[in-house]
Design a protein around this ligand. Structure first.
Ligand SMILES: [Zn+2]
Length: 523
């Protein structure tokens, strides 16, 4: 993106990226949303494409929990927050962390669903960009492979009008609540509220219990459904929003300590900090406790979904993936480093990643009879959000768009005439505790206007600032293994590492600016 475009983006994104309450923007016309159940004829009617047909293909449950910091869930080492469901999943499956491609909800979900970087799928700015139709999404690929597809999300802005991500879902549902009330707001009304210029973040909320009820309903009706005597595998994306601000957990999950100076996790107190107020350590602790309460509440609700899988007898044959779409910053690097969307430091860009698939594998990476995910595996390699899509496809024995010999068969060819490759790299071998071949893993990401971008490789992270307006231009280098809080810049002490990572980042940015795919492990 050139400088002028970046400035335009910055101006256009003020509301989306910085307004606490969300988005008081109007001006889009024809906000006709998708039908609640959509079809994509282009991806229907094609014979299932199956690479490894030794076994019935597994179901896939992809759970994205909004605003989930790695160090605030049990397996990530958190204290003071109880996440027994995530802990158990991590113990049964493989656990690690993922770096996000952009620390905002819609852009990074688009990377999760397409296996591509932000610049490739094109959904860079929340509510202003849509994913490019040439880039295939997981729902399209799974449907084409014969899967039943369902997406149940907890926020209005996943609406196809804003995303072009609602493509091939047999069931699509936006479970959105009126803020502070146990009342569901249906898409027609959320669109009307948006058109009327409503501050959506202060009008609406997500609720994990209500979202879970919808999820259980879908599973009851579809998980074991047989059509003409044939059971169809399914791909189910379930999104929870509760850890996203405001931090207002329900009774039973609220902080037990008294809230100092009435500064809780609600919009008003968060807005006060956005406005420049420096909270006391006690006040910040109270806000963090409220954030943790939202995580614990979501964890408890997710437990009901996991129990349902057990009850239905599907735990063995379902790939469960749990991750965050981005983290949250709590002033670690200054008053500006607050909430998400503005920072590429660890709090905002590192999220948990759990994958559980107990069934014996015969897929492309598993040894026959060996678990596809080895219980209790902890992987420390650098993985990115976009890597999830090719990994899930590999675990299901499905071809990854762009893999040699398969590209023409899998993409969105019928609608666009083009097939685009996934840019990300499967980490399936890591889940089975196996060694990988190929170059060292790395992750690349940015924020909406590229004023900060980053690369992580091994134990090192390089951040490139390009923000003349704030007089911050240049690189920073952090040794994450010894300094996970990114407090000491090693750039001058290990110039060779700084130069290597800087070249990596420049290469990525140049490829992305020119529209070239970035499949780093093939170089
Ligand atoms: Zn989000």
């Amino acid at each position: 993106m050139n400088q002028k475009a970046r400035q335009t983006r910055r101006a256009a994104s003020i509301g989306a990226a910085t307004a606490l309450g969300g988005l008081g923007m109007v001006g889009r016309s024809a906000l006709a949303g998708p039908d609640e159940s959509t079809t994509d004829e282009a991806s229907r009617g094609t014979a299932p494409l199956v690479v490894g047909q030794q076994r019935r293909q597994p179901n896939v449950l992809l759970v994205t929990i909004d605003t989930l910091r790695t160090d605030h869930v049990g397996p990530g080492g958190a204290r003071g927050v109880e996440t027994p469901v995530l802990d158990k999943l991590a113990a049964q499956g493989a656990y690690g962390a993922a770096y996000v491609q952009l620390p905002q909800t819609l852009p990074n979900h688009a990377s999760i669903l397409t296996g591509t970087y932000i610049q490739t799928h094109g959904l860079r700015t929340t509510l202003w960009d849509q994913a490019r139709p040439q880039v295939p999404t997981l729902d399209q690929i799974f449907r084409r492979a014969g899967y039943r597809t369902a997406g149940i999300v907890s926020w209005y802005s996943f609406d196809n009008e804003f995303t072009n991500l609602v493509r091939a879902w047999d069931h699509w549902e936006q479970v959105v609540m009126r803020l502070g009330a146990p009342e569901r707001v249906m898409p027609d009304e959320t669109r009307a509220l948006f058109r009327a210029g409503t501050d959506m973040g202060k009008a609406l909320d997500g609720d994990a219990r209500t979202t879970t009820e919808a999820a259980l309903g879908w599973l009851d009706a579809n998980a074991l459904r047989r059509d003409a005597g044939v059971a169809q595998p399914w791909f189910f994306w379930l999104h929870y929003r509760d850890p996203h601000y405001p931090f207002t957990p329900p009774p039973g999950f609220r902080p037990t300590a008294p809230v100092p100076a009435a500064l809780d996790g609600g919009h008003e107190s968060l807005g006060k900090i956005t406005g420049g107020y420096a909270p006391t350590p006690g006040e910040l602790a109270a806000i963090l406790a409220a954030y943790d309460g939202e995580i614990a509440y979501t964890d408890a609700q997710l437990g009901r979904v996991m129990e349902k899988l057990d009850t239905l007898g599907l735990a063995q044959d379902t790939v469960v993936v749990v991750t965050g779409d981005h983290g949250e910053s709590f002033l670690e690097h200054g008053p500006w480093d607050w909430l998400h969307g503005h920072s590429v430091y660890e709090g905002s860009v590192r999220v948990p990643l759990i994958v559980r698939y107990p069934a014996g594998g015969t897929g492309t990476s598993g040894q026959a009879g060996a678990a596809m995910t080895k219980p209790g595996v902890r992987f420390t390699e650098v993985v990115q959000s976009a890597d999830i899509a090719p990994t899930v496809l590999e675990l299901c024995g499905l071809a990854v768009p762009g893999t040699a010999g398969t590209a023409a068969a899998v993409g969105n060819t019928a609608t666009t005439g083009t097939t685009e490759a996934m840019e990300a790299r499967s980490f399936a071998r890591l889940l089975a505790g196996q060694e990988e071949v190929g170059p060292e893993r790395a992750a690349w990401g940015t924020i909406f206007d590229d004023s900060q971008s980053y690369v992580v490789q091994g134990e090192w992270k390089l951040i490139r600032w390009n923000d003349p307006a704030r007089s911050r231009v240049g690189n920073e280098l952090y040794h994450l293994a010894s300094d996970p809080r990114e407090t000491y810049d090693y750039r001058r002490e290990v110039p060779d590492v700084a130069a290597r990572l800087s070249a990596q980042l420049e290469g990525w940015l140049a490829a992305k600016d020119s529209g070239r795919p970035w499949r780093y492990w093939e170089r």
